[in-house]
Design a protein around this ligand. Structure first.
Ligand SMILES: Cc1cc2nc3c(=O)[nH]c(=O)nc-3n(C[C@H](O)[C@H](O)[C@H](O)COP(=O)(O)OP(=O)(O)OC[C@H]3O[C@@H](n4cnc5c(N)ncnc54)[C@H](O)[C@@H]3O)c2cc1C
Length: 383
């Protein structure tokens, strides 16, 4: 497989790198104050970050999944929180509407998500529904010209700031997973919808997370995405792409942890030598680099297979990439903490943030165990 980036991919990577440099001066203060900046999402939209897998007729560039991954990696290398909008704007809502929506829905939402004129989200998780998506309780009952949604979602990225959410709910529970439907819900204008920010979390401090409540929230039938009962299928196909972007972000954080470790090892002196002279430190750095390079190749492979055939599922490749990249990001951030000693433990250096953010990759878009379940099923000929 050829991973020489083409001219367009290099241009997009450099644009993302420049953006990452620009946001650096405010990162630590934003992190300390858990500050989300909607204007920054708009800027990312204007720079074309959310259009790479979107058709030109809806404001996209069609540059592809590999381009999207390279950009998410670059941005996350500066600050993982700012990698999330790739999923909340493009890989989640915009691409899913492009794949499954009707003309009216595509016209109404996609370009606005790509430009970040509106903020997006997707809502699967509930208080008692995480890995087991089919166990969700939120329901949508047919009424008149639409559906009445009742239930609640939690851990929804951008939930309380978003204009739109792809909400998954049961329209016919007797059909099992085939009774789940995806709804396009205008969060700010739909009566019966309320949101609450989740203020206390371990990391990703500048990426808002929320609970969403639906109390007899009426959604017109025009807002059903795809067909009734297609929800589970739509959700799984969406996760293939959002997982991939998450894996790319994990590579970004691992890269940042390596850079910080190398810089510190070259500068810090103990026993009359820089840390870089100690073989144990070299061993730690070598292991980080090898893990990081392997993770990047897996991510680029999964992105390339998706680019070759965007409509085919490549869950297996994506799960391997997501699992490996998430684990290697945690390993690299953890090792960076060790190499920096007490300074790693200080907020003066960013490696604590790398570790906090890296841990999210083992959970979001399907935990590491769930990725391993998918990989094992494939290996055992069961999936
Ligand atoms: C920062 C953040 C942002 C998020 N953003 C979103 C979002 O935008 N939209 C959204 O819908 N959700 C979002 N989530 C939720 C996320 O997708 C879920 O947390 C994730 O799917 C895991 O679900 P859970 O936390 O309920 O864990 P559980 O499913 O309860 O799992 C708990 C533990 O049990 C393990 N486990 C569960 N089932 C199995 C099994 N079959 N085999 C082996 N081990 C198993 C898991 O691996 C895990 O270690 C977000 C979460 C976080 C932390």
């Amino acid at each position: 497989m050829d991973f020489d980036f083409n001219e367009e991919q290099i241009l997009m990577r450099d644009t993302a790198r420049k953006f990452a440099e620009e946001i650096k001066p405010t990162i630590e203060d934003d992190e300390e104050h858990h500050r989300f900046r909607p204007e920054r999402v708009r800027q990312m939209g204007e720079l074309g970050f959310f259009g790479t897998v979107i058709k030109e007729e809806y404001g996209g560039t069609e540059a592809g999944h590999l381009a999207a991954c390279i950009m998410a990696e670059e941005v996350a290398k500066a600050h993982a929180s700012w990698g999330l909008p790739f999923n909340m704007q493009m890989n989640g809502p915009a691409l899913t509407i492009q794949r499954f929506g009707n003309d009216e829905q595509k016209r109404r939402y996609i370009e606005k998500l790509v430009n970040a004129e509106i903020l997006g989200s997707f809502a699967i998780t509930e208080a008692n529904t995480g890995s087991d998506v089919a166990s969700m309780k939120t329901s949508a009952q047919a009424k008149g010209d639409g559906f009445v949604i009742n239930g609640s979602k939690t851990w929804i990225s951008q939930g309380h700031v978003a204009d739109l959410s792809l909400v998954y709910a049961y329209t016919d529970r007797s059909q099992g997973a085939k009774g789940m439907t995806c709804f396009l819900v205008d969060l700010k204008t739909t009566k019966g919808v309320s949101t609450v920010p989740i203020e206390k979390k371990f990391g990703l401090f500048c990426a808002p997370t929320s609970e969403i409540y639906f109390e007899d929230a009426f959604v017109p039938k025009q807002n059903v995405l795809g067909k009734l009962g297609d929800g589970f299928k739509i959700c799984m196909s969406m996760l293939d792409v959002t997982r991939l972007s998450c894996a790319a972000r994990a590579c970004g954080v691992a890269g940042a942890a390596i850079d910080a470790s190398v810089a510190y090892a070259l500068e810090r002196t103990q026993f009359g030598k820089t840390l870089s002279e100690f073989q144990m430190i070299q061993d730690q750095i070598a292991c980080m680099v090898a893990e990081h390079e392997a993770a990047k190749l897996l991510v680029y492979r999964a992105a390339t297979t998706k680019d070759k055939n965007p409509d085919a599922r490549n869950t297996h490749e994506v799960s391997i990439a997501k699992y490996y990249a998430a684990e290697s990001a945690v390993m690299c951030a953890n090792t960076a903490m060790k190499i920096l000693g007490s300074y790693g433990y200080s907020n003066e250096y960013p490696v604590g943030r790398f570790l906090r953010d890296a841990k999210s990759f083992q959970v979001v878009e399907g935990t590491s165990n769930i990725q391993k379940t998918i990989i094992a099923r494939h290996a055992l000929g069961k999936g």
